[in-house]
Design a protein around this ligand. Structure first.
Ligand code: BG6
Length: 478
């Protein structure tokens, strides 16, 4: 397996913080092909030496002091160009051909677009026009970062461009949540345990809560965030992917298409709410200091918090509420899925009606599984108390738990698309999100506010109350 990995936007944060460390670890674990050259495309006028030297001020000392870093350096090429300028592509063609020749990589190229979405279409056009897309078995591949469009229209346009140049099986739409260790564990927990598989449905499950909260604000990303907001940034991609993994039917096999076939069915069955009902199901809010953030409009109505009451219209989930929330400047960084089972009502122990079982899939910062069930309190005659089993996965794997990007890059190289979003999934998610965005555009007054570093707006608690539930903050329970 020989190839050239070409990264557009190669001097950006993503490449420095995620991609290069991921390549480093893959090389350390001997998971990179012997002949794999990495071409970093950036606008800055660095020489090869200057590029490598400035990396040493950015990457962690643990990386640059390791002998593997020297090895990785020998596979890195810096190439300066303005990727918006089509006149510069013939020279890129010559450069990449010279890399091919030197390393016998035979035009097997992977193009990674770590650039803003408006550049996706021109870049692929210029690559095609300048004969940079050689159809070699399994190649060329393209890796696209989110956001994939800003609504269904723009995403469809983009997709049209991509599929006219690349085969769907060679197109990798990144959703880095899918690379997280515990997301990959969801299917195993569900389908490899007699304890859970038979009861994963409306007869036994009362409600499901999916939360992805962050303590950080938008930091330096005001520009991007003003156009995206929490709903496009987190819900359309990461949270709906989580939902589809939790709710999907058993796939016919573990092939990437069989899994994605089932995930997309869930997205298609997500109930779309009529315009006049949307406000009963959705809350959006902004953290109090947001308008003072750099590059944020002083009267911005962009949401930094989003909560949704969702239902899935199929026999497995009919009547089960899925509550989803995401927010910045929250009280705690926490991504988790809480499954609350229905309480036992067989009359033998009436007190357990208020002591349901919980299964929590902890995604980050700690990775693991928490299970709460009922048992007799030792030493008492019949006092029933909830007891907890807490399996901490990253306590065992520690810092070696593979970073999402490590797994995703590895899969792109070996050609496994399971952990990437297929177009029909992206399309269905946008269809769902678009109706919400349209409602908000017509009703800017629906925005509420929450103090920084809290669990979110009061409106979100009210939403829950309206449906007869409340947010379960396990951190507070512990
Ligand atoms: C990104 C969003 O996709 O995910 C960011 O653009 C967000 O706004 C980030 O902070 C969260 O990722 P993680 O892995 O830290 O949960």
């Amino acid at each position: 397996m020989r190839n050239t990995f070409v990264i557009f936007g190669g001097t950006g944060d993503l490449t420095n913080r995620k991609l290069l460390p991921a390549f480093f670890h893959l090389l350390e674990e001997e998971k990179l092909p012997q002949e794999m050259e990495i071409v970093i495309i950036g606008r800055r006028p660095y020489s090869q030496e200057q590029y490598l030297a400035q990396l040493e001020t950015i990457l962690s000392p643990k990386i640059i002091q390791n002998s593997i870093w020297k090895k990785l350096q020998s596979h890195l090429y810096y190439y300066q160009m303005n990727y918006e300028n089509k006149e510069e592509y013939p020279s890129l063609e010559q450069f990449l051909s010279s890399v091919d020749e030197k390393h016998h990589t035979n035009h097997q190229r992977i193009y990674y677009l770590a650039v803003a979405p408006e550049y996706f279409a021109p870049i692929v056009d210029y690559l095609e026009e300048n004969k940079l897309l050689h159809p070699v078995q399994g190649y060329p591949k393209v890796v696209i970062e989110k956001p994939f469009g800003k609504d269904l229209n723009s995403a469809s346009y983009l997709n049209g461009k991509i599929v006219s140049r690349f085969k769907e099986e060679n197109t990798y739409r990144i959703d880095h949540y899918l690379g997280k260790e515990m997301l990959q564990n969801i299917m195993v927990i569900r389908f490899a345990n007699a304890l859970f598989e038979p009861i994963w449905n409306k007869d036994f499950i009362e409600q499901i809560q999916i939360s992805s909260l962050e303590t950080i604000g938008i930091e330096t990303r005001g520009d991007y965030y003003e156009k995206s907001g929490a709903t496009r940034d987190m819900a359309q991609s990461h949270l709906l992917q989580l939902l589809s993994l939790v709710a999907m039917e058993k796939p016919a096999s573990l092939s990437s298409d069989a899994i994605r076939d089932e995930k997309v069915k869930v997205l298609n069955r997500l109930k779309r709410y009529p315009e006049e009902e949307i406000h009963h199901h959705i809350v959006r809010a902004q953290y109090q200091s947001y308008r003072q953030e750099p590059k944020v409009y002083s009267e911005s109505s962009t949401e930094t918090y989003f909560a949704l009451h969702a239902t899935i219209d199929n026999p497995r989930w009919s009547g089960v509420p899925f509550f989803i929330r995401t927010g910045k400047k929250a009280a705690k960084k926490e991504t988790e899925i809480i499954i609350q089972f229905k309480a036992i009502k067989n009359g033998l122990y009436p007190e357990v009606v208020n002591l349901p079982n919980f299964l929590v899939i902890k995604i980050q910062p700690s990775e693991g599984i928490f299970f709460q069930f009922n048992a007799k309190k030792p030493g008492t005659q019949s006092l029933i108390v909830p007891v907890q089993m807490d399996f901490c996965q990253n306590c065992q794997t520690g810092i070696n738990s593979p970073e999402a990007y490590e797994r995703l890059l590895f899969d792109v190289i070996r050609g496994d698309a399971t952990l990437f979003a297929r177009w029909d999934e992206v399309k269905s998610s946008w269809e769902f999100i678009d109706s919400i965005m349209t409602h908000w555009a017509n009703h800017p007054e629906t925005l509420s506010f929450y103090p920084d570093n809290t669990w979110g707006p009061i409106a979100s608690d009210e939403l829950m109350r309206q449906w007869g539930y409340q947010w379960i903050n396990l951190g507070e329970k512990e």
